[in-house]
Design a protein around this ligand. Structure first.
Ligand SMILES: [Zn+2]
Length: 228
């Protein structure tokens, strides 16, 4: 009886050691996910989410002005840099934790395969190449190597800092049809404003007669809650 108990205790300690020391959990996708908080590869407006288009959209779309610099989210090695009919000018980066990121539709690629990059290195410029409508970055995250069926793809938003999402928990609450005017400050985007005031980017553009997503510091914007 004592022997059985001893054996059980030994097994328990070995197992808890393995779990705590990452032998078991080191490659668990959830763990990789929790550890990552990247800056956005480009500042812009989120125009499409992961998993849309009947599950065929394996990344997020971030609209930004043509020529705007695209930064690699984490240090790594460029595995591919080429032009494809669908991705347009595209760059793939493999990171030390096994994650691979993809940057597509660029107007220009500034890095070649085999190059080492640091976190924040500029690897290309925003464009509208390949199967793309409008200047934007299509950004994908794969927990392991990219493959043609994109089975390792995960929602990039869970890896990105919330700064451009909804940093403002204490969002001002607008009554329906109430209209306010705000002044854009450095770092604001239509997306961040849309999150803050809970109005859509399209509505902001319509209300302010904007032709593009670009706004500049000092500019005034009218905001009104959409009529429902
Ligand atoms: Zn896309």
């Amino acid at each position: 009886m004592k022997k059985v108990l001893m054996l059980f205790l030994v097994m328990f300690y070995v197992l808890s050691y393995m779990v705590n020391s990452d032998i078991v959990s080191a490659k668990s996708p959830t763990k990789v996910k929790q550890e990552i908080k990247w800056d956005w590869p480009v500042e812009g407006v989120l125009t499409d989410h992961f998993g849309t288009r009947e599950g065929t959209h394996f990344g997020v779309d971030i609209a930004a002005g043509k020529g705007k610099e695209i930064r690699v989210v984490e240090k790594g090695m460029i595995t591919k840099s080429y032009y494809s009919d669908s991705y347009g000018n595209v760059i793939f980066v493999k990171h030390p934790n096994g994650v691979e990121t993809v940057y597509a539709h660029m107007s220009e690629r500034l890095s070649e395969a085999g190059e080492k990059v640091e976190k924040g290195s500029i690897i290309g410029l925003i464009g509208n190449t390949g199967e793309s409508r409008g200047d934007h970055l299509h950004f994908e995250v794969h927990l392991e190597e990219w493959n043609i069926h994109k089975t390792n793809a995960v929602d990039p938003l869970s890896f990105l800092t919330d700064e451009q999402k909804a940093a403002n928990v204490n969002a001002p609450h607008l009554e329906k049809n109430e209209e306010v005017s705000i002044t854009i400050t450095e770092g604001d985007t239509l997306w961040s404003i849309s999150q803050k005031y809970n109005v859509s980017v399209n509505e902001l553009m319509r209300l302010n007669n904007l032709d593009s997503n670009l706004i500049i510091a000092g500019q005034n914007l009218s905001i009104s809650k959409e009529k429902t």
